[in-house]
Design a protein around this ligand. Sequence first.
Ligand code: 13P
Ligand code: 13P
Ligand code: MG
Ligand code: MG
Length: 364
Amino acid sequence: MKTTISLIKADIGSSPGHVTVYEPLMVKAEELMQEAKDENKIIDFIVFNAGDDTELLMTHQKGVDNEEIHKLAWDIFMQLGKEAREIGLYGAGQDLLKDAFSGNIKGMGPGCAEIEIEERPAEPILVFAMDKTEPGAFNYPIFQMFANPFNTAGLIIDPKLHDGFRFSVMDIYKNQFVDLKCPEEMYDLLALIGAPGQYVVKYVDSKDTNLGRAAAVSTDKLALIAGKYVGKDDPVAIVRSQSGFPAVGEIVEAFTLGHMVSGWMRGSHRGPLMPVSLDFSQCVRFDGPPRVVGLGFQLKNGQFKGGVDLFDDPSFDLTRARVNEIAEYIRRHGPFEPSRLPLSEMEYTTLPGVLKKLQDRFHD
Ligand code: 13P
Ligand code: 13P
Ligand code: MG
Ligand code: MG
């Protein structure tokens, strides 16, 4: 049987400011997802949060880009957004950019990562969700997992991984894709994805067609309407593991640097990415630092079994301590680059307003 895993997310409003989701609305989201499960629209689901983003993880047999599934998520987010407005949450309906659903949630504000798979007898699935950053923030860890033998030992010693993987990279300004194979085209791949503000890994596929898709990352808001770039969006990813894919431990190892990402404070600053447990999935200091949460399961007939909060583990303490130190260092730069994003990326913030005010005051 083919199973589709859909991870669809939106910021529907938060408290206080952009810190975290409002717990009663998470409960509401769970009730609405349970209704959909009772009506057999989906097989299984999990609701969680990454900072101020509500994450709807679900399984079904309807394939990717399915209208009914996307509408289900859209309707739930609309209902939550309406309640968030009544409660007075901050940025209520922030990611709900359209009034009416039109067939696919892409380009409407929410983010979406989906994979359709033929379940293996044992199918380990990991999902990751980030807050206060952009989809390109996944470039570094996805490269580590699927292409760097210093991270993923299996690329060297496991014949099932030894041929490497194929990366589908999106140019988010042109809304175009290029497929690059690793290890053969690794340097070409790095030339692109080392610039995560423009080139974003969208999919990773096994070269073994029997295994198929290995990972999917959300890039939605970036591809908004007619391919026009509209700024940053907190991303999600789905990653398959083991038996031809990286081991669970190789996948989470990719998050141990605390790598620098864009999107901290007002979407306009750089900061190190901190892997945290769900209990610490809130963005406080300077609205951050940017965070990533991870969940792992065994999937069986579309059902999530044995869920684990992946970063709820002292083996990530050193990364978190390093992130705090780097955050402290970069914060001391205040409004100076590289703490603040370069001008090219500030174009989508309120900075152009300041420049406009000064435009008549520039002189020779
Ligand atoms: P597989 O079972 O996926 O081959 O992985 C073995 C392993 O030792 C992982 O650390
Ligand atoms: P979000 O994109 O998570 O809503 O954060 C917005 C922001 O400006 C935080 O400083
Ligand atoms: Mg927000
Ligand atoms: Mg957010």
